[in-house]
Write a protein that binds this ligand. Sequence first.
Ligand code: TA6
Length: 303
Amino acid sequence: MGAHETAADLDRKFGVPGVARVVEGNGRLPKVAVTAGNASGEMYLLGAEVTSWKPQGAEEVLFVSAASKWADGKAIRGGVPICCPWFGNKAGDPKAPAHGFVRAKAWQLESIEKNGGDVTISMATAGDAETRKLWPSDFRLVQRATFGSVLVMELEMTNTGQSSFRFEAALHTYFRVGDIAQVRIRGLDGIRYLDKTDGNREKLQKGELTIGTETDSVYLDTAHTVDLIDGALRRTIEVSKENSRSTVVWNPWIVKSKAMADLGDDEWKQFACVETCNVAGHAIELAPGQKHSMKAIIRTSRS
Ligand code: TA6
């Protein structure tokens, strides 16, 4: 977004009447509001963050906290934050922002394309003097979100510099559930994971995963599709992916939620994160001019 481009300026440039408009959202932050044939949804320029996806005839699939802050420089709590170029705390730099810096930046809206009943929104961000203080690499990062009966999010990293770099990336998706106590997560059976609630100990997933306490698990070397089965809302959310070797499952539970200023004390009951990632040992090395694209493909069905 140019220095002074308002939502109205962007709407004049990119808006598609009756399909996708650029408007002021929460905190008067610019967002693209999608009302396409196959789905409705929202994507903020702040962090290129998808905050809503409702396939035609279905309920909202994503969770956003009622206590989320809505301000430039602050990550939105919920939706699909983009964690990049590192995941979690930055090794050796406790003052660096958790999960990298791109989720707290205003991205550039590049295009809105209607394709039948679907809409694809592209937003981009790139290295600058500020980001180089945190991460001395030149890069361009594009998030392409297609809102339709399926939600497809493609995160494409390009090394625009003269030297190689390694980066981590996560589409940190918050899925809305009716009651976390009635959720089962299928598809990780037999997969090794790091349990961040237990000193990062490596463990083995046995059978389906249910969530009955704080859960923060980094599943390793898995390209598996995961099904989030929501007993309360009687639906299944299928999370498949391309070019992603790690999957994170997170719910803060009671104590951690109380400590989070941008999450309601009881909101832990209403979401589960199933995150499409390349983190830890699956960080990606890019040579100058190389690109890497990771995709999350989300479907929902009655169950
Ligand atoms: O993806 C799980 C996780 O890494 C947790 O450890 C927790 O920190 C969560 O992300 C949320 O992080 P945030 O920086 O958004 O509060």
